[in-house]
Design a protein around this ligand. Structure first.
Ligand code: HEC
Length: 141
């Protein structure tokens, strides 16, 4: 019976090197994937508006997203997905908020403008309108 030849020291060394290479590659892959995931997460967080910590304003965010963002845009800059189809461009609410008192905003929400902007008198309570106004004031420039 021929005995199996024991691995030569050179063979053993290359096997060790191969293992090392494998773990190095695997490690690099894990690091690269985690960095990519963190980046995607970070960039996604940048495009949306993070939930406000004040519950009154957070309620306003929800109502704004349900009732206004399709025309006025997620960040209230007048660029919602429906904007290009409308006869008049939706206002840039963040840009205009400096000229409007809360009372002013409230009256536009209750009555509409008579043009494209609808009245929300039958859809939202005054409290809800004030929450939306607080959210518009909270948004970053
Ligand atoms: C159907 C699309 C549409 C929706 C929905 C909508 N708006 Fe408008 N909004 C407009 C347009 C267009 C104008 C510009 C004036 C006009 O044509 O009526 C406007 C004007 C305004 C103005 C007057 C701003 C200024 O400085 O002149 C305010 C305030 C406003 N919208 C707030 C809101 C809020 C808050 C909501 C959600 C509760 C909302 N809008 C929902 C289309 C819309």
């Amino acid at each position: 019976m021929p005995q199996p030849t024991p691995p030569s020291p050179v063979q053993e060394k290359t096997e060790k090197n191969n293992k090392l290479l494998f773990w190095l590659l695997a490690g690099t892959a894990v690091v690269v994937t985690s960095v990519a995931l963190v980046l995607v997460f970070f960039l996604k967080g940048q495009s949306g508006v993070p939930a406000p910590s004040d519950p009154f304003i957070a309620q306003g965010q929800m109502l704004y997203n349900q009732n206004c963002s399709e025309c006025h845009g997620e960040k209230a800059r007048g660029d919602g997905p429906r904007a290009p189809t409308l006869k008049f461009q939706p206002a840039d609410l963040v840009g205009h908020r400096g000229h409007h008192s809360d009372q002013d905003f409230l009256s536009i929400l209750q009555n509409g403008t008579g043009f494209v902007m609808p009245s929300f008198k039958d859809k939202l309570t005054e409290e809800q309108m004030r929450q939306i106004i607080a959210y518009i004031r909270y948004l970053k420039e």
